[in-house]
Write a protein that binds this ligand. Structure first.
Ligand SMILES: NC(=O)c1ccc[n+]([C@@H]2O[C@H](COP(=O)([O-])OP(=O)(O)OC[C@H]3O[C@@H](n4cnc5c(N)ncnc54)[C@H](O)[C@@H]3O)[C@@H](O)[C@H]2O)c1
Length: 319
């Protein structure tokens, strides 16, 4: 079976390509390398360098495919606040173009990278898929708009789709070509930034006065290898005419201080950091309810925070 992986030169997409190829899938990649890396492109995949918004590239990329894993898009919350139109254009219009071309080429199977950012800051924890979606930034708004668009197209044109709402993805896979690191620029994720923190450029720990056991905010982290496994199980669980929305996290929370401690313990030294005031808009706690993933995908996360820290460190050669 040939599958199109959009964003297959990015952090999660490249990891998915590696696993798909090792499981015997044929893979085509569509990526414009705007945040992805040429070196991350798997040598045996068919690579189309181009944008979702370029009809010729899209049509060529989908040629001969039976399914799509759609990772491509913009995903920096701060940048989305500065450039909401760019986020709407690439994420929403790009996905609309993808769905239109899939329909033209009669490709109906889709697994989409949605996000916990669709929920905003719900009060009830853990967050189930039934929680009111109320995104607090343009990035989350685009992911919610895409989920709604996929639901509509599933009804109208009989797509088989699953949107996977990721919480915080971390770690790395040592694949057939070595480590596949997370290389965002700027990097906004906690674990790589803790690992890169130095006395000269210490990481800021925003908010140490939350009413949590250690005063810092709590988030849910999932290892990228577990996450990719869930995509493969999602692909196998697609049902004609159905769009499911499923959370992916580990189902447990780690405080910022716990992640810092895990990092220090891995490094065998303290991690330089500055305790700073809370950032506006940051919720106190975000933890996924992953019962749907367990039930529908028969998936359970297997890697904990220490392996996410260790694998990130190895992949970034910080050891
Ligand atoms: N990393 C996380 O913790 C996380 C959490 C929730 C959701 N997600 C979602 O997962 C997906 C992958 O995230 P990532 O961390 O791998 O990001 P990434 O930036 O590493 O990968 C995105 C890829 O999409 C490509 N791309 C961007 N715009 C494109 C376009 N117009 N046409 C073709 N390709 C384009 C980029 O070049 C890049 O290779 C994104 O959709 C993101 O919103 C990620």
């Amino acid at each position: 079976m040939r599958i199109l992986v959009t964003g297959g030169a990015g952090y999660i997409g490249a990891t998915a390509v590696d696993v798909l190829i090792s499981e015997g899938f044929h893979v085509s990649i569509l990526d414009d390398l705007s945040t992805g890396h040429r070196t991350a492109v798997h040598p045996t995949a068919t690579f189309i360098e181009g944008s979702l918004l370029d009809p010729a590239s899209l049509s060529q990329a989908l040629n001969g495919c039976e399914a799509v894993m759609h990772f491509a898009g913009k995903s920096l919350v701060g940048e989305s606040v500065e450039k909401p139109d760019l986020y709407w254009n690439i994420n929403v219009n790009g996905t609309r173009a993808l769905l239109d071309e899939m329909r033209k080429q009669e490709i109906s199977q889709l697994v989409f990278s949605s996000s916990a950012a669709t929920y905003g800051a719900p009060e009830e924890m853990p967050i189930s898929e039934l929680a009111q979606a109320s995104p607090t930034n343009p990035y989350g708004v685009t992911k919610l708009a895409i989920d709604e668009m996929i639901s509509q197209q599933t009804q109208d044109f009989g797509l088989s789709a699953i949107s996977l709402r990721y919480f915080n993805v971390a770690g790395a896979l040592k694949g057939s070509r070595g480590w596949l690191p997370e290389k965002h620029n700027p990097e906004t994720h906690l674990i790589p930034n803790l690992l890169k923190s130095t006395e000269l450029k210490p990481i800021h720990m925003y908010g140490t006065d939350w009413p949590t056991p250690d005063g810092t905010a709590i988030r849910d982290y999932v290892h990228v290898t577990d996450l990719v496994q869930a995509h493969i199980q999602a692909l196998r669980s697609l049902e004609i005419g159905k769009h499911r929305i499923i959370n992916l996290g580990s189902g447990r929370g780690y405080s910022v201080r716990e992640v810092l401690t895990a990092t220090a313990s891995f490094l065998g030294r303290s991690v330089p950091h500055i305790e700073s005031p809370r950032r506006s808009g940051d919720p106190m706690t975000l933890i996924a309810d992953i019962s749907q993933a367990k039930e529908v995908l028969a998936w359970v996360p297997t890697r904990d925070i220490s392996s996410m820290v260790a694998d990130t460190a190895h992949s970034l050669e910080i050891v």
